[in-house]
Ligand binder design. Structure first.
Ligand SMILES: C[S@@+](CC[C@H](N)C(=O)[O-])C[C@H]1O[C@@H](n2cnc3c(N)ncnc32)[C@H](O)[C@@H]1O
Length: 397
């Protein structure tokens, strides 16, 4: 291990810096670096007791630990580099995925990074984590130790060069270029998606994390695809092969844990005019193209075959969609909409839109100032007959 300090301007979290920060002296440095203070003065003080390069590394890690709290409850005790943290799967999503692997199995995590997925897989399973970057393996080791994950082995290697032996495989390929740009095609992932599909032929219980925006024609016919949203944002999709596949398409909404699967033989959902209850499906449901199974579950109809909004007569509580009670549906005409809002004493405080260009904030700006009144949500969309607006309130009751 090289113990040279970081080159000025480069990433201060070198392997040597990590080794220092993981030591007793490093723990004292990190505790001091966390104190709220002017960053320049703090650095000056820290440098009286620790080498300057490690002080810079401590400041960088403290900042990453702060950002990491969004993904990991134990972020304050973990080790990250910036890209490693950004690419890491947050613990709620990782736990959901890990639960799809058999308890007690031996799982190969073939692009383990700083260990986001590894830490979840290692609960009740033995895991071999592999990453091509030595520094990430150092971080995964430190993180596994910090969280008391005992059944973890870590290997620095190009996963494509290994002879694979295990009960199951998880692969989370790097999906961004060195400059941070996201790769769209699975063939540009590192390692490429076609390699991951070949691994699944060798070890059937394989799962692969892919972009939620993956093109339909890149989805392997033999895999289940699960789109997962976390706090209303669909950030990832997973391919599940062999015994891990339990549907063709699935949408899962976290933290609620609600899940919906495709129903290939079900009758199409009717299309009908807008009704008194409006459902705006979660982004995972929309991405998974599971609007119709959701409509059947809610006893709802579609407003248009191309539109994700659903309507029904009676509101049904669900975590798979936002539910609105509609006070009025009107053809969209700015002046008339304004008149109606004023006449009824309705005050738009939020907006939603689909299939129209105008952003909700822009629509409210164009409506101009309105007298204070009952807060409403404007849902702006387009049907075959033209644009319409639903004036709504939140609620499933
Ligand atoms: C998206 S990150 C993994 C994130 C990880 N699942 C987590 O939750 O922390 C992808 C990782 O793949 C590694 N990688 C890329 N190509 C690789 C290869 N051929 N063999 C092994 N690791 C590779 C990168 O170094 C990077 O750490």
């Amino acid at each position: 291990m090289s113990h040279g300090p970081a080159v000025d301007g480069g990433d201060p979290l070198t392997r040597a810096a990590l080794a220092y920060l993981a030591s007793g002296a490093g723990a004292r440095l990190l505790a001091a670096a966390e104190l709220p203070a002017d960053p320049w003065r703090l650095q000056e003080q820290l440098r009286q007791h620790h080498p300057a390069a490690w002080c810079r590394a401590a400041a960088a890690l403290v900042e990453l630990r702060r950002r990491g709290r969004d993904k990991f409850a134990a972020a304050a005790a973990m080790f990250f580099d910036r890209a490693g943290l950004e690419m890491a799967t947050g613990e709620a999503v990782a736990a959901h995925r890990a639960a799809r692997f058999d308890a007690g199995s031996r799982v190969l995590d073939l692009c383990c990074g700083i260990g986001g997925d590894l830490l979840a897989l290692a609960v009740g399973r033995t895991v071999v984590g592999v990453d091509a970057e030595r520094r990430r393996i150092d971080m995964a080791r430190l993180n596994a130790d910090a969280l008391g994950r005992n059944g973890v082995r870590l290997v620095v290697a190009d996963a494509q060069e290994l002879r694979l032996r295990g009960d199951a495989v998880f692969i989370d390929p790097a999906r961004r270029t060195r400059s941070g740009r996201r790769q769209r095609s699975g063939e540009d992932y590192q390692p490429p998606l076609s390699w991951a599909v070949r691994v699944a032929r060798q070890i059937p219980a394989t799962a692969v994390k892919v972009s939620p925006a993956i093109a339909e024609d890149e989805l392997p016919a033999e895999a289940e695809v699960e789109w997962v949203s976390w706090r209303g944002q669909c950030r990832e999709a997973g391919l599940y092969f062999g015994p891990l596949a339990t549907a063709r398409r699935r949408a899962t909404v976290l933290p609620a844990g609600a899940t919906l699967v495709d129903e290939p033989t079900a009758a199409p959902v009717p299309v009908a005019p807008p009704g008194p209850v409006l459902y705006d499906p979660d982004p995972a449901v929309v991405r998974a193209h599971l609007i119709e199974p959701l409509a059947r579950q809610l006893g709802a109809w579609r407003l248009d075959p191309q539109l994700a909004y659903l309507c029904s007569d009676r509101a049904q509580p669900t975590t798979l969609a936002s539910v609105y009670r509609v006070l009025a549906w009107v053809p969209f005409q700015l002046k008339r909409l304004r008149q109606l809002l004023v006449a009824e004493g309705w005050q738009p405080v939020e907006g939603r839109k689909r299939a129209v260009a105008t952003e909700p904030d822009e629509l409210r700006r164009r409506l101009g100032p309105l007298p204070a009144g009952r807060p409403v949500i404007l849902v702006h969309t387009r049907l075959a007959q033209g644009p319409i607006v639903g004036i709504c309130e939140n609620g499933s009751g």
